[in-house]
Write a protein that binds this ligand. Structure first.
Ligand code: ZN
Length: 340
């Protein structure tokens, strides 16, 4: 049994009906606490037979809208509201979330590059292992709510990844439509086995992701979208009733803009280390070869700045937030309207 292999333990009973709010305990033996553990918050809300859905945020600790939405939903949803089972983990990489950092301060690892994890590895590898082999293994649906984090600003959108499993892709697309993000994306080429979407595919679970904002802050519109969209998709899965008077499920927007990213050419990288001055604002449409911005060399004032241009046309859906950049930093990526 997969449970036996993970060193993470919990007092939560995933098979029990009712609402339980507790912790996943990751053993962490250090000088100040020889037999200590890191307590990762987790809620199980179960009511009879039905589907199981994993709701996760804090995969990257500095991505906040999903953390806000899921902690609120843990407080609001009661067992009587639910059919089937909801498993909430609003700050899955807790050490990173508490540090407001993308990666864990314990091992400098990025959870979303650690799947399928290692039962006896570093702290982050053990979390990945538990998510893939215990939590995702129990669920047919997985929401993993991301944002841009401290280094990126995004025009908020929800997304799915193509998996080359037609039945899974069909279910995922229906879920994405039900989530009702005004901008929705299908990632077609980012099939990374060490990312959470790869873990979902290995478990034959649909994987609904997002990029809700960024810049190391909470975008209020995106936090609202994360909350309302999650309620809508839980109703779509059959967990919640739309007639529940206590949980007001907002209608989905009438118009959805479908976008896609088709190649590496949609990404723009810093050609030199320096101070980046963008000339285009987030959300604007740009043309191929248009000037995106200038990398300035403030320690060498007579040196002309380096020009950075777009390699393709599209919407500036993501841009770097901090001013300073190193060579190779992602300065932007575009998205284009999906052909359908
Ligand atoms: Zn992320």
């Amino acid at each position: 049994m997969a449970y036996a292999k993970s060193r993470i333990w919990t007092e939560l009973d995933f098979e029990k009906d009712g609402k339980q709010v507790g912790y996943l305990h990751l053993p962490h033996s250090v000088t100040r606490s020889a037999y200590g553990s890191i307590a990762i918050p987790c809620a199980v809300i179960k009511n009879g037979a039905g589907p199981s859905t994993l709701l996760m945020a804090g995969n990257h600790g500095d991505e906040y809208e999903g953390q806000v939405a899921l902690t609120r939903l843990i407080r609001e949803i009661e067992a009587a509201d639910v059919k089937g089972r909801l498993i909430f983990v609003p700050a899955i990489n807790l050490p990173a979330a508490m540090a407001g950092a993308r990666i864990s301060p314990l091992d400098d690892r990025n959870l979303n590059r650690c799947f399928p994890g290692n039962a006896n590895g570093t702290a982050t590898e053990q979390i990945a292992y538990y998510v893939e082999h215990v939590l995702a293994a129990m669920c047919e649906n997985w929401l993993d709510l991301h944002s841009g984090g401290g280094s990126l600003a995004y025009v908020p959108f929800a997304s799915i990844h193509s998996t080359r499993d037609a039945a899974l892709d069909k279910r995922a697309l229906a879920a994405l439509k039900a989530f009702g993000s005004p901008i929705s994306m299908v990632w077609d080429w980012s099939d990374e086995p060490n990312m959470a979407n790869g873990a979902a595919t290995r478990n034959k679970a649909i994987y609904l992701g997002s990029e809700f904002g960024g810049t190391g802050t909470v975008n209020p519109d995106a936090a609202k979208l994360a909350y309302e969209g999650t309620l809508r998709v839980l109703a779509h899965f059959g967990h919640l009733s739309r007639r529940n008077p206590r949980l007001q499920i907002a209608p989905a927007p009438k118009k959805v803009r479908w976008v896609e990213i088709l190649s590496r050419d949609y990404y723009v990288y810093a050609p030199q280390p320096g101070l980046f001055e963008p000339k285009v604002k987030l959300g604007r449409m740009v043309k191929k070869d248009q000037l995106y911005g200038l990398v300035h060399f403030v320690d060498d004032p007579m040196r002309p700045p380096a020009e950075v241009r777009f390699k393709t046309a599209g919407m500036l859906i993501c841009m770097r937030h901090p001013g300073r950049c190193e060579r190779g930093d992602c300065l932007a990526h575009l998205a284009t309207d999906a052909k359908g």
